[in-house]
Design a protein around this ligand. Structure first.
Ligand SMILES: Nc1ncnc2c1ncn2[C@@H]1O[C@H](COP(=O)(O)OP(=O)(O)OP(=O)(O)O)[C@@H](O)[C@H]1O
Ligand SMILES: [Mg+2]
Length: 339
């Protein structure tokens, strides 16, 4: 399989690395198909978009009509000889931002219908990235149901339709998880091995692998941010505090909640009790944590699952910090509050 090139920074391109198990799982899907849309969720910046774009290559090579659509970033990749459909994508890109986002999300559904009914294609893969923010979180359920409809009640017969959606929105996951409309599978940050492979491809002198692992937990986007600031951890942490409006979050907490938050820094599972679930929900909504992690079995996870518990990188059995960097940001705020 051709490995795609990923833009790490403006001056560095890196070949898609590691994620061997995930690629194998996608091969399996291309052979067996799915009865439901597959929704892959995971920490922000863990590599979901990169994986979908690499998956495009797998489906293309397997002879699928393949579409990757990212409404939020107004990005698409189309491998089809139906020029008419490609033209539609190109036309939409010239529209105003909000309009284009919504139209791209609808087009993802439209192309499947068109390919089945008008063009009589029988192998179709549609990979949709970051779509829930584009359609609005309240419409996420309807959108997924429509995708399921295409697979369950197709307007024409087919051999294999694959629909994969990637999201980092914990909130939508909760809504969709209530229904039996999709298969939800988490993906985690890179494994230590994969992370080391990535590190080797980055030029120049770097902090030690252990130090980088302890702050990123294997999150490739965090690594990129550190590289861009010339490995200035403090400035990246400060940026997280400002961009996530964490000061507002911290000042909204009462004394008891602050105590719970401090405990959660050592062990995130301490939030998984009834009276603390409200706080956990807020941390999930702020995309700082992920909750209700499934069992650590092969099938429950896309790619390698994190350990059952790893206090160093903030992973608990049920609840985990998306990456240690966020925990560090909270830590600094809590210190401030204490003073
Ligand atoms: N498998 C990989 N091999 C090499 N680099 C990777 C890989 N995965 C991710 N990266 C690097 O990390 C960056 C962030 O990854 P990506 O954008 O795929 O994450 P994401 O999970 O989609 O993030 P977001 O939650 O913000 O949408 C990529 O631009 C790329 O440079
Ligand atoms: Mg992405």
């Amino acid at each position: 399989m051709r490995k795609i090139k990923l833009v790490f920074t403006r001056d560095i391109e890196i070949d898609f690395s590691d994620r061997e198990k995930a690629l194998k799982q996608i091969y399996e899907v291309s052979e067996k198909g799915t009865s439901y849309p597959l929704i892959i969720y995971g920490p922000e910046g863990c590599g979901k978009t990169s994986l979908l774009k690499q998956a495009v290559e797998i489906f293309r090579e397997q002879g699928f009509e393949t579409f990757y659509i990212n409404p939020l970033q107004r990005d698409f990749i189309a491998h089809t000889d139906v020029q008419d459909l490609i033209k539609r994508f190109v036309e939409i890109l010239s529209e105003a931002v909000g309009v284009a986002q919504l139209k791209l999300a609808s087009l993802a559904i439209f192309v499947v219908r068109e390919l089945l009914t008008r063009w009589r294609r029988r192998r179709i893969a549609v990979l949709i990235d970051d779509v829930f923010q584009a359609v609005g979180l309240d419409k996420a359920e309807t959108y997924v149901k429509e995708l399921l409809g295409l697979i369950e009640h197709p307007p024409a017969s087919y051999d294999n339709i694959v629909v994969i959606v990637a999201t980092s929105e914990g909130v939508t996951r909760e809504r969709i998880g209530r229904h039996r409309w999709a298969i939800l599978r988490p993906i985690w940050n890179m494994s230590r091995e994969g992370f080391e492979e990535l590190l080797e491809k980055i030029p120049g002198t770097k902090p030690s692998t252990d130090d980088l692992w302890m702050i990123t937990g294997g999150n490739p986007d965090a690594l990129r941010r550190l590289y861009q600031t010339n490995w200035d951890i403090n400035s990246v942490v400060k940026d997280v505090i400002t961009s996530r409006k964490l000061e507002a979050l911290a000042s909204s907490l009462n004394d008891e909640e602050k105590k719970w938050l401090i405990e959660a820094m050592k062990d995130p599972d301490t939030l998984f009790v009834r009276e603390r679930l409200g706080l956990l929900k807020r941390l999930v909504e702020a995309n700082l944590m992920i909750d209700t992690l499934p069992e650590r079995t092969y099938d429950e996870w896309i790619d390698q699952h994190p350990p059952e518990r790893d206090p160093e990188t903030g992973v608990g059995r049920y609840v985990a910090w998306q990456m240690p960097l966020y925990r560090e940001a909270i830590n600094i705020l809590v210190e401030k509050i204490r003073k």
